[in-house]
Design a protein around this ligand. Sequence first.
Ligand code: 0L1
Ligand code: MG
Length: 253
Amino acid sequence: MDINEIAQIFDNAAINTNPVKQISEAIKFSLDEAYAIQKAMIDLRLKRGERIIGLKMGFTSEAKMRQMGVRDMIWGRLTDEMMVENGGTVRMEKYIHARAEPEICFRVSQDIEGEVLLDDLDQYVDGMACAIEIIDSRFENFKFSLEDVVADNCSSTGVVVGDWITPSREIKNLKMTLSFDNELKAEGSSFDILGDPWRSLQAATRLAYQYGEKIKAGHIIMAGASTAAIFIEKGTTVSAEVGGIGKCSFNVI
Ligand code: 0L1
Ligand code: MG
């Protein structure tokens, strides 16, 4: 089976909300090949008229790595079709078994041509916001290897972004929460995102450059979660709050 065939399997699984078995149990492939499959799957979406709006970083916290049984940071591509309006509504039928997690999102102010040093990142960012990532693995029971999940675009499915605020470098210890109908479901600290969410943005510039993906002015970078992800439930309002940054939410029907 070639890269395009595997990409098509994921694309079909997402469109038909029909999960598939772990690909890596049938075929062995490398991490580089996994990123090539991810790109081929995104190309299918771009051919349908979607456009890239940024990147997401994944497994940037111990809690997430432990939950999913992996040891490495990963990254995926975000398209405009994945954006959910802050306060907006999603239909449960659109998903296989979606989970949500609270995140911090950065907005890029100018094109990034290579890896940017941590100290220089301010020059490339003009906004930060509280965000929620909706992840919906195309694999049965969220069961995957590191290569599988990378090939599946790191389970990327939806992104909710709150109001933008002026970026601050001091976001190392902010309380991050996820609630359903105002009932607390998960709580963490921004410290759990690599000790400082700016480090996640730095890693995004390094990995994007390594894999030849452009980060452009206006793109958003999701820095990753500080908590485990929680299965969303029909009939609830899912909200996130990051102390000092803001809030955002969406409704599930
Ligand atoms: O941290 C992340 O956003 C990784 C998402 C991919 C793994 C998963 O589906 O939980
Ligand atoms: Mg995430």
